[in-house]
Each structure stands twice: as C-alpha cells, then as structure tokens.
Design a binder for this molecule. Structure first.
Ligand code: HEM
Ligand code: HEM
Length: 181
C-alpha cells in the first residue's frame, strides 16, 4: 500500500525515508573521510563533488517527501508512548527535516559566495547570489555547525529507534521496516 495505514508507514513514506537516509549518510561519509587526503588533492575534490551531489539530492527529495508527509499522518505507535515522548519525537523529526533543507542551502551559499559553481551530477545550477568572499567564511561556519547538530540529532534518532525496538519492545521501528498492517 502506497499510503500510511493506521499502524504502518506506507511504501511511499518508506522509500522517501530510506532514500533520504542514504543521501544524508553519503554526504556525511564523503566529508568525514576527506581529511585522509591533503587539501587540493584530486581525491578530496572528488569527495567534495560527491558530498555536494548527495547533499543536493537530499534537498530535492525533501520537497515531494514533505508534500507527501503533509497529506499522510504517521501511523500510531503501539503501545502509545507518553505525550512528552511523542512531543520530543515530533520536535526531533521536524529538526531533521529543517536540517535537510538548511544544510544544502548553506552549502550552496558557501560555494557560490566563494565564486565556485555548484553542479548536480555535472549539471550546473544557476547562481543565486553574487560572489562575496567576505561572507564565505560565515556561511561555511554555519554549514559546519548545522552539520554537527545533525550528527547529534541523528545519533539520538537512531539510538531512540533501537531503544524502542529492543527495550520498550513497541512497534516504532517495525512500522517503518516490517510487514504492512
Ligand atoms: C539507521 C538509520 C535510521 C533508522 C534506524 C531510522 C529509524 C526511524 C524510525 C523508526 C522512524 C519512525 C519514528 C516515528 O514515527 O516515531 C523514523 C522516522 C524519521 N526518520 Fe529515521 N531512521 C534512520 C535514519 C534517518 C536519517 C539518516 C534521517 C535523515 C536525516 C532520518 C529522518 C527521519 C525523519 C525526518 C523521520 C520522521 C518521519 C515522519 O515524519 O513521520 N532517519 N526513522
Ligand atoms: C545533506 C546535506 C549536507 C550535509 C549533511 C552536509 C554536512 C557537512 C559537514 C558535516 C561538513 C564538515 C563541516 C566541518 O568540518 O566543519 C561539510 C562541509 C562542507 N560542505 Fe556540506 N553538507 C551537506 C550539503 C552540502 C551541499 C549541498 C554543499 C554545496 C553545494 C556543501 C558544501 C560543503 C563544503 C564546501 C564543505 C567544506 C568541505 C571542506 O572543508 O573540505 N554541503 N558539510
């Protein structure tokens, strides 16, 4: 079933979740390992291009994903967590959505402020801002801070999924990966 049911995420939400997860984790992986190569090396430049491809894909996926999300209520968790836990989960999910938009945005600003063209799989994007070398550092800093925030929220997100599954033994995770009910 494409749409969410009362107890399970539907196929569309599952595909969106895991494609976004792959794109975000690829972006993080490419930038986290690039320190193994010296600045300016071909390997490091290639990793940055993959980082940018994966980051832009994340933003592109977010548009249909959010539209779909707004018309599809998430399935309920059984047994239902306390209202406080539900509110925290909700806040965490919307923080992740915001970061999947803001990180690519500040990434593009960083590159374009430095006068560097941005391309998705080799197809150049229009320049949204004029080069502004003075601002490049600021956009880069914000991008890096948001990246660190994402790492923290993601660690909590994955730990919460495992906690619900292993210790609380509710259906938080199986709603997303198990058979549809
Ligand atoms: C191994 C990695 C991951 C696991 C096990 C996982 C697990 C889950 C689970 C169980 C839910 C449902 C939670 C609920 O409805 O209360 C969920 C929702 C969500 N996940 Fe993940 N996730 C992973 C990676 C990611 C990544 C990398 C992102 C993106 C940054 C992400 C973003 C989201 C968002 C935004 C939701 C909310 C969906 C909604 O609006 O209903 N997840 N995830
Ligand atoms: C899911 C989207 C993205 C995530 C999670 C992400 C995350 C990160 C992280 C964690 C860093 C390292 C920060 C640090 O070391 O302080 C970084 C660096 C960087 N990101 Fe992104 N980013 C994303 C998208 C983009 C996009 C779309 C662009 C450009 C269009 C971009 C351009 C850059 C640049 C130029 C750097 C600096 C790389 C270096 O110093 O070698 N990012 N990003």
């Amino acid at each position: 079933m494409l749409r969410n049911s009362q107890h399970s995420y539907g196929l569309a939400a599952r595909v969106f979740h895991w494609l976004s997860a792959i794109a975000v984790l690829t972006a993080l992986f490419c930038v986290e390992i690039n320190g193994f190569w010296p600045r300016g090396s071909a390997e490091r430049m290639q990793l940055l291009l993959w980082h940018i491809d994966a980051g832009l894909l994340t933003a592109l996926l977010l548009v249909p994903r959010l539209l779909w999300r707004l018309g599809n209520r998430p399935p309920v968790i059984t047994p239902l967590p306390s209202p406080l836990v539900q509110r925290l989960a909700h806040a965490g999910h919307w923080t992740l959505y915001a970061l999947m938009l803001l990180l690519p945005l500040f990434g593009v600003l960083t590159q374009q402020a430095g006068g560097k063209p941005v391309a998705l799989f080799g197809i150049a994007m229009p320049a949204f801002i004029a080069p502004a070398p003075g601002l490049r550092h600021l956009w880069r800093e914000i991008h890096g801070l948001l990246g660190n925030l994402l790492l923290i929220v993601l660690a909590i997100h994955v730990a919460a999924a495992v906690w619900h599954h292993r210790f609380l033994r509710d259906d938080t995770l199986t709603r997303l990966i198990g058979p549809q009910r």
